[in-house]
Design a protein. Structure first.
Length: 226
């Protein structure tokens, strides 16, 4: 299947041999670059990068598993935490078809950040558990540096990743973060009731307030508080 790409200002039209057309908005990289190759899905892009990194893992004698899936999705823990947010997750062969599953957080919008996180999770995909000696040894060799739980790429690894990214094309993703949501999460439905005499406080729902306002143990009828 051949693919031709034409620049149309802020978007790209991709034409397939089957005459199917769909429009992609370039999120990282310029659509005006001549001959740019655009992978349409995040999963395909991430898996392509993982496969490009296979030789590096072979060299350090920690080959990647043949059955491997990589998705842009929320990690299982602390995915939206304000402090120590999890941005990558690797599951051993726990799926029904015994495939290793890696999840890269949608919070990561840049191709380089996604690639850096992918390298770290791929180390776990080789069977390395935790962050002890075996993890630190292969991490250093591949070009990551401390702290190991949030390892970052050395300048050499960043250069290598940038080379691969320029060959693969732009990461078809934009940062997705709760802080960018146009609305706020609903607050509690519990309403505060206060005794005007001694300040005794309780909380209840509007449903029970309609039935009747409760009384304080001191014998005073309570009222809505601030």
């Amino acid at each position: 299947m051949s693919t031709s790409i034409k620049s149309l200002g802020p978007s790209i039209t991709v034409e397939l041999e089957a005459a199917e057309k769909f429009v992609l908005t370039p999120l990282n990289g310029s659509a005006d670059d001549a001959g740019i190759h655009c992978i349409p899905t995040r999963e395909e892009w991430l898996l392509r990068l993982a496969n490009e990194l296979r030789p590096s893992f072979q060299e350090v004698e920690h080959p990647l598993p043949e059955r491997l899936r990589v998705s842009c999705s929320w990690p299982s823990r602390a995915a939206l935490a304000r402090i120590q947010r999890t941005i990558g997750d690797c599951w051993p062969p726990a799926s029904a078809d015994q495939t290793v599953e890696i999840f890269i957080s949608p919070c990561l919008g840049s191709a380089l950040d996604a690639g850096e996180t992918l390298v770290r999770e791929l180390i776990h995909a080789t069977g390395v558990k935790g962050y002890r000696k075996s993890f630190s040894e292969i991490t250093r060799t591949l070009g990551l540096r401390k702290p190991w739980r949030a390892a970052t790429a050395t300048p050499e690894l960043r250069e290598r990743l940038n080379e691969l990214i320029s060959r693969i094309g732009p990461y078809p993703h934009a940062t997705l973060d709760r802080s960018m949501m146009p609305y706020k999460k609903d607050g509690t439905r519990m309403m505060k009731l206060v005794c005007p005499r001694d300040g005794y406080t309780v909380r209840t729902t509007a449903k029970w307030i309609k039935v009747g306002m409760p009384w304080c143990p001191c014998g005073t009828k309570m009222r809505k508080g601030g």
